[in-house]
Design a protein around this ligand. Sequence first.
Ligand code: IPM
Ligand code: MG
Length: 367
Amino acid sequence: MSNPSILILPGDGIGPEVMAEVRKVIDWYGAKRDLAFDVSEDLVGGAAYDKHGVPLADETMAKAQEVDAVLLGAVGGPKYDVLDFSVKPERGLLRLRKEMDLFANLRPAQCFDALADFSSLKKDVVAGLDIMIVRELTSGVYFGEPRGIFEEGNERVGINTQRYTESEIERAARAAFELAMKRNKKLCSMEKANVMESGILWREVVTRVGEEYPEVELSHMYADNGAMQLVRAPKQFDVIVTDNLFGDILSDCAAMLTGSLGMLPSASLGAPMANGRPKAMYEPVHGSAPDIAGQGKANPIACILSFAMALRYSFDQGDEATRLETAIEKVLADGVRTADLMGPEGGTPVSTSEMGDKIIEALDASL
Ligand code: IPM
Ligand code: MG
């Protein structure tokens, strides 16, 4: 049987630097755990625009459809701000999500013990926090029609449409319930059923799917209250399921309260392929950080943790994912710090590639 395949799309800004460290980890698994992957690499975002005039070439899209998993770094940068909306770096990312039909976006927000002091919230509010946001990723106001800027009388009107079908809500809800079953059997669904019809339907469908999961304690919250509760008492949540736009906002909020934006991975999953693996793309939650790109300052941990999610969700290697996560915790507990993690208590300052090397050392020590 051939090795599982991975397409790496480093993208822009710090993307290529952090992805180089992921490459070390992938190679380690091939050499030390007999888990070899066929890795190919291609362009996305501004890097693809510079070469092809589009943020994602058709050939790259076709490759992404064929591989077992896509790993993406980050897209965007000031250089591309002037581009037309249709070829902005972000459009490459959105095309991947849409055409691969990656409807379930898993965004864990976890507070690492060694970093609890970094949160803008009090330590006891966030210490031990471990929640999972499931964001619907291929529909809603991001893709709904009609959309555009139109003339209306003597002025213009900007239109976007929030649109959800029952089946779209249902499959996102099911992904969230399945996750809840593997975690603490607690799920909170967030929408604005008080003002939006799409929210009323969302609540109805999630409740209906919930009947298939009687063990899961399901609750509903208006998304604005959800934002407030996330900041007030985040540990009341375990799994949260919500739509594309609310999920975008709530996941940034949840990420920041862990104090470790440079640490958070994500997985975007679709339907199972012929080989049983889900269509999948993994990427760090952070952006391309153009201000520090190319200086060896970036923290590669979010991107490496995204590969850990790939081990767990695409390659059925949950134990190896845990090995990698534990190695990272060990390195952090030892005080190894990229610039973004350097707090008043100090630590050993390291560059992007030194952080990667330390993680490899910890992996070696785990054998
Ligand atoms: C995210 C980002 C994207 C989004 C952008 C870059 C298009 O904010 O992944 O959360 O809005 O979905
Ligand atoms: Mg976002």
